[in-house]
Design a protein around this ligand. Structure first.
Ligand code: BG6
Length: 484
């Protein structure tokens, strides 16, 4: 791996909060190529030393650790800050001449900028000769707000780069526990025979957050929970649960299988929109014992916004494996707990030999906890100790905590994995354009349904599990959300 990294938007929130800490941790685990040079650019006319201070200060604020001084010095010495307007050919030409003259070295260009300037940046990179066969470009959400705007943004990239040179990040795919889903499904013989509509009743995917809008009200208000979370993170999780086993764990095979799932998502018709979707918006309440304001009272809020901060959906996949198995998805801000989990709810046993009391008929359940307290829990039926006849049963969990199983091992952040994969030119954990198109097409159908049926976001108390309509959505099918 002989490569250089050009980080555009190097003084922005994404770079300071996620990218530099990830690069520092890669330095610590000796994963950075020895000769990697990081050129970070932004418009601010600040000195190299000021930039280094900024990176260090933000690290201290966000990370729960004191960096190792020797390793920090080594890491910071790789970084060169150059005040640059990345849309300007003149500025980029200087960079090419001074920093990136050696064409034999791979070049990774990370666009940590809003997509509105992807087009002029890519044009300028191309015009000055920084787009070579060994250049890779990294981008991340928001990649559009609809299928059409995604296609426009994507066209600005693919007009200049080949598809295999574009790395579209969904940071959920870099999370250790999300990758572990692949290991769990395809490295264990136990689950695959049961992983279909013969044995699975339904699947639940919950990504609940306690945080609110975190000072980005305007950005969030243009998106809402459906675009911000479902279109990408939740649908990617759904793909990993629902996809067929790939032939090999390479980018093409994995992406092909995920695409099939997205294309098989049954569109939610306008006539079904009220039955199968719920939009919510948080009101004031208390989260973790602290009073918090309503969405519409947050700093920068515009009165009367109907943007959803919570969404619950019933998704269905039209294929042989999943026919008749609903996937219930929900995500929201200012909920009771921060938790991301996938629940695979199995069907009841086909014949009851232990009598019909409620305790005796609980079906098996597999809970995959992605965060926090990563682990896997399998609910099994057991005999309760005692002399009762007929015997009493009770569900008991087989609990595997990943942190206990691998004590002492640091769990890398998603960006560490993803940055390393770009350096290795491995795009398995990135999103291909056709996947994003399929995901946007499905999501556009829901947004259109909301608009045409004038579906409003209903209020829910901050610190709750969302609006009662979300309970009703799943209760209509005689099911309940899993809440631990
Ligand atoms: C981002 C969303 O993509 O993911 C945020 O824009 C959200 O709104 C975040 O808070 C959640 O990520 P994580 O890693 O904290 O679960």
């Amino acid at each position: 791996m002989i490569c250089d990294l050009l980080l555009i938007g190097g003084d922005g929130d994404l770079a300071l909060r996620k990218l530099y800490p990830a690069l520092y941790h890669l330095e610590c685990s000796q994963c950075l190529p020895a000769c990697l040079k990081i050129v970070t650019v932004a418009r601010s006319q600040i000195s190299q030393a000021d930039m280094a201070t900024k990176i260090r200060q933000r690290f201290a604020e966000d990370q729960n650790e004191v960096p190792d001084e020797a390793l920090w010095e080594k890491f910071i010495a790789r970084i060169e800050y150059v005040a640059t307007d990345a849309t300007s050919e003149k500025d980029l030409r200087k960079l090419r001449e001074n920093q990136f003259a050696d064409k034999s070295r791979d070049l990774i260009v990370y666009l940590a900028t809003p997509p509105s300037i992807f087009a002029p940046i890519c044009q300028s990179l191309w015009a000055v000769g920084l787009v070579r066969s060994n250049t890779r470009i990294v981008v991340e959400k928001p990649l559009g707000e609809s299928l059409k705007s995604f296609k426009d943004i994507n066209a600005s990239l693919t007009a200049i780069f080949k598809e295999e040179q574009v790395y579209r990040i969904d940071h959920y795919l870099g999370k250790e526990t999300v990758q572990n889903l692949l290991a769990m499904r395809f490295a264990n013989a136990l689950f695959e025979p049961l992983w279909n509509s013969n044995y699975i009743d339904h699947v639940q995917i919950t990504v609940a957050e306690t945080v609110g809008i975190e000072g980005r009200w305007q950005f969030y208000d243009d998106a809402g929970a459906l675009r911000d979370m479902v279109q990408n993170h939740l649908l990617q999780l759904l793909c990993l649960v629902a996809m067929e086993p790939p032939n090999r764990l390479d980018a093409q095979s994995v992406q092909d299988e995920k695409l099939k799932v997205l294309r098989a998502l049954r569109p939610i018709l306008r006539s079904e929109i009220k039955q199968k979707t719920v939009r919510g918006q948080y009101q004031s309440g208390a989260v973790s014992g602290k009073a918090v304001p309503a969405y519409l009272d947050e700093e920068g809020a515009r009165p009367g916004s109907n943007t959803e901060t919570f969404v619950a959906l019933k998704a269905e996949i039209s294929n042989w494996r999943w026919s008749g198995v609903p996937f219930y998805l929900r995500t929201g801000k200012r909920l009771l707990e921060k938790v991301s989990e996938i629940v695979i709810q199995f069907k009841s046993v086909p014949h009851r030999v232990f009598g019909d009391t409620e305790g005796n008929t609980t079906p098996n359940k597999l809970v995959i906890r992605l965060q926090p307290n990563e682990g896997i829990e399998l609910l099994l039926m057991n005999k309760m100790p005692g002399l009762n006849d007929p015997m009493d049963l009770a569900p008991v969990s087989l609990n595997l905590s990943l942190s206990d199983a691998f004590t002492g091992q640091r769990v890398p952040d998603a960006y560490e994995r993803l940055l390393l994969d770009v350096m290795r030119a491995d795009s398995t954990l990135f999103m291909r354009a056709d996947q994003l198109e399929a995901a946007w097409k499905w999501v556009d159908g829901i947004i259109d349904g909301w608009q045409k049926t004038n579906q409003r976001a209903v209020g829910y108390t901050a610190g709750s599990w969302g609006p009662s309509d979300s309970i009703a959505l799943i209760a209509r099918d005689d099911r309940t959300w899993d809440e631990g």
